[in-house]
Design a binder for this molecule. Structure first.
Ligand SMILES: O=P(O)(O)OC[C@H]1O[C@](O)(CO)[C@@H](O)[C@@H]1O
Length: 496
């Protein structure tokens, strides 16, 4: 039974007073792990809040739930399976780790074969997938693959044909490797995009486009049925959830384009964060503290959203990635046992890129009536080679925003006054490389898990996405009427 009374009874001391009251505040609320520095000092967490949340974590059996996750037990109770994404990076039940390693070494063999020209010329990689089968790979490429010129990589997710047409512009069909990424190998958007990519290759003179396809899937039989040769199907375990799948063979395009070693480093960075999450006490555990702050704002302070601002162009896709991770995992109205949640589910995740966002949405963050807990993500080492003034301005702005939001500023003119006491946390990476990115993503996964555990949610299913898919199929098949508004829209677009 959830007991939030101790948490709801917490005082509401201002952030600046929290600093004044406790000279050790910074040391207490900062954590260093895997090349990442986490600073939660500008949140309202204090000793009392951490104690209260630690009590809730004990009641909600966080430690046992975490151990069950890493032991490969059935934690996805509504679908009756484990969630074995951590085994992909070597942290899990030995059988799951062995299976992951076997699939990964098969992936390596295929990469070696491509490198040895077994597929003929490959200069372009066209990856089709959606949701978890695109967002993770897209984030990683955008963050780490910018200087990569061995392959051109395009990731197509949207069913809008504009996306596919745009992606293949400048690609030579005869030098393109088509990667079809779908856990289920049934997703409408992905299968249609894959068919169109095949048609494009045929039209481009490729006689046997199937010979240029790699399938990444947990449903290898369906991929074979679709026409992919068994030797070019790279399976991963059914127990790896879609939004947690980038560590599995779904990381194939990354491992091919940036090298298997980079892929291994990504996994090692994540494994380091896994060990930190498993072994550190709550008060010094980065994902646990982050989740305590999330829950303080969403459950006690009624904040409806939280926002991540990446002060690094290379991490501009992080907010989109986090939207799926957090909202698909924890946007639920019932507990794992099917009982009504009885409180708010996860906050709405949004965000953007600094400094652009400062000139667009930060007005509301500084002076609006809604409090949005913010997160700044920045990297000490610059990603560019221009005048260091660029990176200096980037970081100065990130840190200044957090300081300004907290400090506020009085003014006799109310329109020019800043209330302050607006919370933020900062994640500072020493550098952006496969290891630190792996650790960062694993941090978010663990934080999402802790939020779920303390709310009693199963973060590993996503039934909420099914109804819309069913209705789109029904509309496609025709013969079914909907409400007057939908019928009218279908008719106006010539679809009825
Ligand atoms: O990898 P698949 O099976 O094509 O699914 C794509 C995405 O669709 C979803 O099931 C939601 O519609 C996501 O959870 C998943 O990442």
């Amino acid at each position: 039974m959830q007991d939030w009374s101790a948490i709801e009874g917490l005082g509401s001391t201002k952030l600046t007073e929290l600093f004044a009251k406790d000279p050790d505040r910074l040391a207490k609320l900062t954590v260093d792990v895997g090349g990442l520095h986490f600073d939660f000092a500008k949140t309202h967490l204090d000793d009392a809040a951490i104690d209260a949340f630690t009590g809730l974590a004990a009641t909600m059996e966080l430690a046992a739930k975490r151990d069950a996750l890493f032991a490969g037990q059935v934690v996805n109770v509504t679908e009756g399976r484990a969630a074995t994404h951590t085994a992909e990076r070597g942290e899990g039940n030995p059988d799951d780790v062995a299976q992951a390693r076997a699939f990964q070494s098969r992936m390596r063999q295929v990469i070696d074969a491509i490198e040895a020209d077994a597929f003929g010329p490959v200069r372009h990689i066209l990856h089709v997938g959606i949701g978890g089968s695109a967002l993770g790979p897209d984030l990683i490429f955008d963050a780490l693959g910018r200087d990569e010129d061995k392959y051109d990589v395009a990731i197509v997710s949207n069913v809008d044909g504009v996306a596919m047409e745009e992606a293949v512009k400048g690609f030579d069909p005869a030098a393109t490797l088509l990667v079809v990424a779908s856990k289920t190998f049934t997703t409408t958007e992905t299968m249609l995009n894959a068919e169109s990519a095949m048609a494009w290759m045929r039209e481009g003179g490729v006689e046997d486009p199937y010979g240029r396809v790699i399938a990444l899937t947990a449903s290898p039989d369906r991929a074979v049925e679709w026409g992919v040769d068994e030797t070019r199907v790279l399976p991963f375990a059914e127990s790896v959830g879609g939004r947690y799948s980038l560590w599995s063979t779904l990381g194939f395009p990354f491992a091919l384009a940036l090298g298997f070693q980079a892929y291994e480093e990504l996994l090692e960075g994540a494994a380091e964060m896994d060990r930190h999450f498993r072994l550190s006490e709550p008060a010094k555990n980065a994902p646990v503290l982050a989740a305590f702050a999330d829950l303080y704002y969403s459950q006690v302070k009624g904040c409806e959203t939280r926002a991540t601002f990446a002060y690094d162009e290379r991490l501009r896709l992080l907010p989109s990635y986090l939207q799926q991770l957090e909202m698909e995992s924890n946007g639920k109205s019932v507990t794992a046992a099917g009982e009504p949640l009885g409180r708010n589910s996860a906050a709405i995740t949004w965000g953007g890129v600094g400094t652009d966002a400062q000139h667009a949405v930060f007005q509301l963050l500084h002076q609006g009536t809604r409090i949005v807990p913010l997160e700044f993500v920045a990297v000490v080492e610059a990603g560019d080679t221009l005048d260091p003034a660029h990176h200096r301005q980037l970081l100065l702005n990130a840190f200044a925003q957090g300081a300004a939001l907290m400090a506020g500023k009085a003014n006799a003119d109310p329109a020019r006054a800043y209330a302050g006491d607006r919370p933020s946390s900062t994640i500072l990476l020493k550098d952006l490389d496969p290891r630190t990115l792996g650790a960062l993503i694993a941090f978010y996964e663990a934080r999402t898990f802790v939020n779920a555990a303390l709310l009693g949610i199963n973060p590993f299913d996503q039934f909420g996405v099914e109804l819309g898919k069913e209705m789109a199929k029904a509309a496609d098949q025709g013969g079914q009427t909907f409400d007057a508004s939908t019928n009218d829209l279908l008719a106006r677009a010539g679809l009825a």
